[in-house]
Design a protein around this ligand. Structure first.
Ligand code: SF4
Ligand code: SF4
Length: 168
């Protein structure tokens, strides 16, 4: 299609803007009567039609075993792959040679929620979660230590599944 230029001429004499104002008001009132697509968050929380996708990548969660211990074996893969360099891991080892994290922290403020840590973890220990309400007043509060990561209870992300690209 050829590109055309529409030239709008300015009125050469005084004109009334009442007609244009009424036209605008008609449009405004038309929208007043239409169904609302907004939600008064946070007073109103998600209903079914506002639910997050199961693939949502948000606040992390560390999985624990039956004894309440972190499933992390301090292999070092997640801090290695993390593009934001926001995972701090200090590995430890018990008398039987089992590795575990002495320190495991994620800076949720620096995280880009790519989900690589979840994908790479051989123990399915660390996950991004279906959760976003993690605002804080203090930047230091965005650094989640092992205890805080383990105490999260929200669902974990299913991430993108190549065998089901549309999530059906
Ligand atoms: S989601 Fe991505 S950026 Fe965030 S901690 Fe995991 S690997 Fe790092
Ligand atoms: S990849 Fe998993 S097991 Fe390895 S350090 Fe990270 S959380 Fe721990």
């Amino acid at each position: 299609m050829a590109i055309t230029v529409k030239v709008c001429k300015r009125p050469e004499q005084q004109v009334s803007y009442v007609r244009a104002a009424l036209k605008g008001m008609r449009l405004t009132f038309k929208h007043l009567l239409q169904p609302k697509f907004t939600m008064q968050y946070p007073e109103e929380k998600s209903q079914d039609d506002w639910a997050l996708s199961s693939r949502w990548r948000g606040t992390h969660r560390m999985m624990t075993d039956e004894a309440g211990r972190s499933k992390c074996v301090a292999c070092g893969l997640c801090p290695q792959i993390c593009p934001a360099n926001c995972i701090k891991l200090v590995p430890g080892e018990d008398e039987e040679g089992n590795r575990y994290p002495l320190i495991y922290e994620i800076d949720e403020f620096r995280c880009v929620f790519c989900g690589y840590c979840q994908e790479v973890c051989p123990e399915e220990a660390i996950h991004v979660g279906v959760h976003f309400e993690n605002a804080e007043y203090d930047r230091a509060r965005f650094v989640y230590d092992l205890e805080r990561l383990s105490s999260q209870t929200h669902p974990v992300s299913t991430l993108w599944d190549p065998s089901d690209p549309k999530g059906e």
